[in-house]
Design a protein. Structure first.
Length: 351
């Protein structure tokens, strides 16, 4: 059904379409039997798909990447489509409108998106309240869903004060999320990627680790990295993860590279490129980090997953879980179950 609707949806502005689809998905799921119908079509349940990673139990290894549900408004709807976990955000302490529109562009010839959203979100208080409301009202089949909180800094916060923004988000969301992702790799907040350098990054992660306990409970902290880092920078990232003892990495965020694009008119468009052009680069980063670290920590693979084979390639490269965003937009919710079926078929071959 989605593939029939996609040509029509792709005639309109991608950001407007996003809100149109999510708004109507919420309406559909409020109808009697709406959520049940979504699950019947899309949600594949099988105990063999369950994975335990950094002490958390995931119902399946296919998650929704940050950026899609920035304000934790469609968690239940996404879970009913079959996602094994949902990552909300990026969340900042204060609400912010993001960058000037238009700020998202489709590249159908490349099966890609360029976005320069700029951490547009309603702020940590709204996100925390939305997650808490979801937890309180979750149906039986939705309980136990893993929710991650992707956190960043406000645009107006200077880099030398960035740690304070991460602390605020960490403290505010601690009681409602299952894991955290420190986002210092978006290309759409001026100067943010400078925080990937070793000294400022160590300071942020060590500071959060020192606060990572409440009533005897701690949360896994992950770091999301860019695909554009050199091998020397990736070596530093591995060292940082091992030294700070954070739980793992998410590889990768969007890229600023524009090589090989068929959509020539977008080569000068600023922002992060995601989708098929990122497939190989993100998988190579996963493989390099996994080899360099000797598998010392978990990696969540994201970037250019448009098919079950793309997901399997990332798992074979060293990822333990995968996330979708642009591939989900191009391929629709059926991609989630197709990936899980491919994973199950691999189990069948092993038996």
């Amino acid at each position: 059904m989605y593939q029939l609707l996609k040509p029509l949806l792709f005639q309109f502005d991608p950001e407007n379409v996003h809100y149109f689809v999510t708004r109507n998905l919420k309406r559909f799921n409020r109808l009697p039997g709406g959520g049940k119908l979504s699950r019947a079509f899309w949600d594949l349940r099988d105990n063999r798909l369950e994975k335990e990673v950094f002490g958390l139990s995931f119902k399946n290894p296919v998650g929704l990447a940050a950026g899609f549900d920035k304000n934790a408004e469609v968690i239940g709807e996404m879970a009913d489509l079959g996602f094994g976990f949902i990552e909300v955000g990026t969340v900042t302490p204060l609400p912010q409108p993001g960058n000037i529109k238009p700020r998202m562009f489709r590249l159908p010839a490349d099966q890609a998106l360029i976005n320069r959203m700029g951490f547009n979100n309603k702020g940590m208080d709204v996100v925390a309240e939305n997650i808490a409301a979801y937890r309180k009202n979750a149906k039986e089949w939705q309980k136990g869903l893993i929710i991650g909180g992707n956190i960043g800094k406000n645009k107006v916060t200077p880099n030398d004060e960035a740690v304070n923004d991460y602390i605020k988000c960490f403290d505010r969301l601690f009681d409602v999320v299952d894991y955290f992702v420190v986002n210092v790799s978006s290309p759409n907040t001026p100067g943010l990627r400078a925080l990937q350098e070793k000294e400022p990054l160590m300071y942020i992660l060590n500071t959060l680790q020192q606060r990572n306990s409440k009533n005897g409970t701690s949360r896994p902290i992950l770091l999301k990295i860019a695909p554009d880092l050199t091998h020397e920078q990736l070596d530093d990232i591995v060292e940082i993860v091992l030294e700070t003892k954070i739980a793992g990495l998410i590889a990768t965020n969007t890229t600023i590279v524009r090589e090989g694009l068929r959509s020539a008119k977008y080569t000068e468009e600023t922002g992060g490129l995601s989708g098929k052009p990122l497939t190989r680069a993100s998988t190579e980063v996963i493989h390099y980090i996994s080899e360099k670290s000797k598998g010392a920590f978990p990696i969540i693979g994201v970037g250019g997953i448009h098919s079950p084979e793309d997901a399997i390639d990332k798992l074979n490269a060293g990822a333990v879980l995968v996330q979708l965003y642009t591939g989900f937009i191009y391929e629709g919710p059926g991609l989630i179950s197709r990936i899980n079926k491919k994973i199950l078929s691999a189990f069948a071959k092993q038996d």
